[in-house]
Design a protein around this ligand. Sequence first.
Ligand code: NAD
Length: 429
Amino acid sequence: MGKNAFERALARLDQAANHVEIPAETFKRLHFPKAILSVSIPVRRDDGSLEVYQGYRVQHSDLLGPCKGGLRYHPDVDLDEVKALAFWMTCKCAIMNLPYGGAKGGVAVDPKDLSMLELERLSRGFIRRIADFIGPEVDIPAPDVYTNERIMGWMMDEYSDVVRRRSPAVITGKPLALGGSAGRAGATGRGGYFCLRELARERDWKAEDIRIAIHGFGNAGQSIARLLHEDGYKVVAVSDSCGGIINKEGLDIPEVIKGKTAGRKVEQVYCQDSVCDQDGVDVISNEELLTLDVDVLIPAALDDVITGDNAGDIRADVILELANGPTTMEADRVLDERNITVIPDILANAGGVTVSYYEWVQNRTGDYWSEDEVDQRLEKRMREQFAAVMELADDLELSFREAAYCLALKRLSAAAEAMGTQALFNGKN
Ligand code: NAD
């Protein structure tokens, strides 16, 4: 039987453990999620009928602090996927030196099938079911695929009702008016942009010579596209769930964003338009986009899109993983052999959780920062941790991905050792 998503995610850890000396028990701890909650959420549809949805929250580790991670609404959500995503959050928070462990949650639902009011009832119902499991000092959710700041606002409000006190710090990625942070909405893309800028500095790139393709044009994809376009990079292709578009001279990114979101009205949560509705561009498939002749490929949609089947056809020199888990291990081996640089998800998309952390700090202190201050703090942290991963990769002659996992393991290990490992308890330390 093939490995499930969680087992496949852990295989990266097993690989990294060969390169760093850490107590075997740190490693053992990370193979088991701390706690798992599975819930059913009854939702009254607008026509009066009742639908029941399956939801999950997984706390993978709280070694470094309260658990932290997003909530996803997608028909493919299942427990193994949520466990894998929670594990990646543990690693990501460790790499960014955040005082957080890892968690993730999700509901198996196609949210585009629901009306606005049904979506609100589902979101509030989910929070009522998991309210005892989460909390500002325990486990703090955030947005992920097909959830957004409006949904986070409903969830914070519902949690506050359940515990009978206003609790903005229970959830991040909220609207500004409900205690959100300036700079949170674009933070995932901005964090990835800072990584790419560091690499560009290393490689002496000229922005106008670099062609970029972006797979997935939602929160993360749009925000990095905008920043790269402003710097003069040529974003030649982007795609969404309906397909992709290409213009070899570079797309007019603000126009594409305007076009994609034009159909979004106040009473809608999801935009109805696709990038494919754009004028003056050629339409391509998502598969074609992944293998375009570009310098940088940015997967920014879902997991497992670069696989053993298409890794040999990838023509980009650099892959910046904004999505979680877009590259399988089999693909990794092929990309490595072909000397394609991969900036791994647990570093490249860590800007989101970093600014979520800033939001949480602001909620807890009541001291709110300007967007400039948030961006500057994010830039400093991304540059520092990017440098730390690069240094480890150089020292140990590893890929960026292996080095990132080694860095996470070292930091998680320090926490486990501080509580005592076998060496302490049998008197050898
Ligand atoms: P989103 O819902 O805003 O956007 C997802 C995009 O992917 C949409 O444009 C959608 O049309 C597209 N898409 C869906 N199915 C597709 C398919 N089969 N092929 C191509 N495109 C497809 O989600 P997001 O928040 O931008 O998240 C995207 C990725 O980034 C996810 O892997 C998520 O886990 C990761 N991520 C997001 C955050 C965050 O703060 N939002 C943080 C870290 C990582």
